[in-house]
Design a protein around this ligand. Structure first.
Ligand code: NAD
Length: 219
């Protein structure tokens, strides 16, 4: 398999390709970059380039052997072994994420959950016991947890982010709408579902405007 250094954008697109490949009927022998591009709504050249960086199995007229392509993409996304992550803030969003079964597809394993609310301590959610937030450092270090998911209220986000960094966590997936001062050596990926939906609704609005314009000009 090719070992090229992949851009973050390529890494973001790979799960879309994988979802499509998994949706193909069992036994589909070959799949082309064009077919994938059409299915996921991306540019053909872009998909071709991404696939060339992750798999050497592409052939000019036949495309990629489906099984091999799946294996190559999965191997890349799996980072070479299970990655243990912790969720900090086990309210509505944290609990929902803890119960999501799709992380294992990427070898991500929920290993711990923390919350400052004493009423939540000891509850089992998503297969892990919620622990008091002050146990974060000891527990994360002891259990080799290197990824943290931040689902606390915005006002608590910096404290929780610092606590995760202090616990040795190197990557934080932050859902709190707060500007974080990022500790040295830590990478933060901010998530905003409302913004994603906002972008979609702008696209939709744009499409409606274009249709109105076309109809207006042909009237
Ligand atoms: P929630 O109030 O239901 O849960 C927050 C939890 O965090 C509570 O259980 C609370 O006890 C705990 N908490 C507070 N301070 C803590 C600390 N220092 N350490 C550990 N735990 C702590 O809130 P929610 O609805 O689950 O939302 C959680 C966060 O996610 C909020 O910041 C919200 O704005 C954000 N959110 C983001 C998106 C998105 O798309 N990015 C979507 C939904 C919610």
């Amino acid at each position: 398999m090719a070992q090229a250094k992949l851009s973050v954008n390529t890494l973001r697109r790979l799960p879309q390709y994988l979802n499509y490949l998994h949706s193909l009927p069992g036994g589909t022998p070959h799949v082309s970059a064009t077919q994938i591009a059409e299915a996921v709504g991306l540019n053909d050249v872009q998909v071709r380039k991404d696939l060339a960086a992750v798999s050497q199995g592409g052939r000019p007229r036949t495309g990629y052997e489906t099984g091999l392509l799946v294996r190559d993409i999965e191997a890349l996304l799996r980072l070479g072994g299970p990655v243990r992550f912790a969720i900090v803030g086990m309210g509505r969003l944290g609990s929902a994420l803890a119960q999501y079964g799709g992380f294992s597809q990427y070898d991500l394993h929920l290993a711990a959950a923390f919350d400052t609310d004493p009423a939540l301590a000891g509850w089992e959610i998503g297969g892990v016991v919620v622990r008091p937030a002050d146990e974060m450092a000891t527990h994360c270090q002891k259990n080799g947890i290197r990824v943290g998911v931040l689902t606390v209220p915005p006002a608590a986000a910096q404290t929780a982010c610092d606590a995760l960094a202090g616990a040795g966590v190197e990557t934080i997936w932050n859902f709190a709408p707060a500007h974080l001062s990022i500790p040295a050596g830590v990478r933060v990926e901010n998530m905003n579902m409302a913004a994603s939906l906002g972008i979609l609704s702008r696209h939709l609005q744009q499409r409606l405007d274009d249709t109105d314009e076309r109809e207006g000009s042909s009237a």
